[in-house]
Design a protein around this ligand. Sequence first.
Ligand code: NDP
Length: 277
Amino acid sequence: MTELEKHFAVIGNPIHHSLSPQIHSAFAKEVGLHIDYEAILSPLDEFKNTIHQLIAQKVSGANVTLPFKKEAYELASQHSNHARIAEAVNTLEFKNDEIIGHNTDGIGLVRDLEQNLNVDLKSKKILLIGAGGAAEGVIYSMLEKKPSELILTNRTIEKSNVIQNKMDVHAKSFDVNLNVIEIAKCPHQYFDVIINATSAGLNNTELGIDHKVFHEGSLAYEMVYGKETFFIEQAQSQGSKTSDGLGMLVEQAAEAFFIWHLIKPQTKSVIESLKGF
Ligand code: NDP
């Protein structure tokens, strides 16, 4: 670290797998900034202390990953609109004695779909599988794009119902039908975009979703990246287009970079350089 550099970090547990230091270093190099960005393993019960130590060390901002996004939300003294609605934070700014919490996951997903994969979400029918933090974090950004329908499903269906109840007011304001269906009933409908926001792909376990959900012409998007998951294999066997979540990862990082530096970095070359990692 030098006095002239600004300092940033990503905090998680585990953290060794994180690509964020590489991504932010690549952005900084491209736009000619000198930053220091390190991955920090926080003990599970020490997140708050870890953040306060970073602030004492004059760190300017931090990304937050599993399992601390909810704790980061609780710790922040101010929230962006997306963070407030998701009740989860993946980007922190430390400014004027305030801890400002943002959530860039939804913006990252939507930009990857629309700008990198050329899928316009307006008036489309979308299936979102999963009801954990990742699913909840992206729903508002998808509603903003005004699909015709956003259907939620999850292994534990009660969790989808809770999210639907919470997000219904926003769905109505964007004129989107937000509904929940049981996983077993998904094949009875056609979806333009099917998003896997579960962690099943991490262990390559089956989601319990029927292959008839996938069609030629639909896009199957797997948030897990760098793996040929069962979900991707199922979708490809039915002729669907597929993508993993690497683009989302890079786009959410680009939005965090913009929040900290007010400069929008190029993302396509970074996505290409990380393929195969
Ligand atoms: P959570 O632990 O909060 O939620 C896990 C979700 O996966 C729940 O809906 C859970 O269902 C479901 N699930 C887990 N295992 C299975 C299974 N075998 N079959 C069916 N459903 C299953 O995790 P997150 O929501 O935070 O993250 C989900 C995934 O998204 C992670 O793998 C993460 O790596 C990825 N992600 C990618 C990002 C990117 O930038 N590409 C950004 C954020 C997350 P149930 O409720 O029934 O337990």
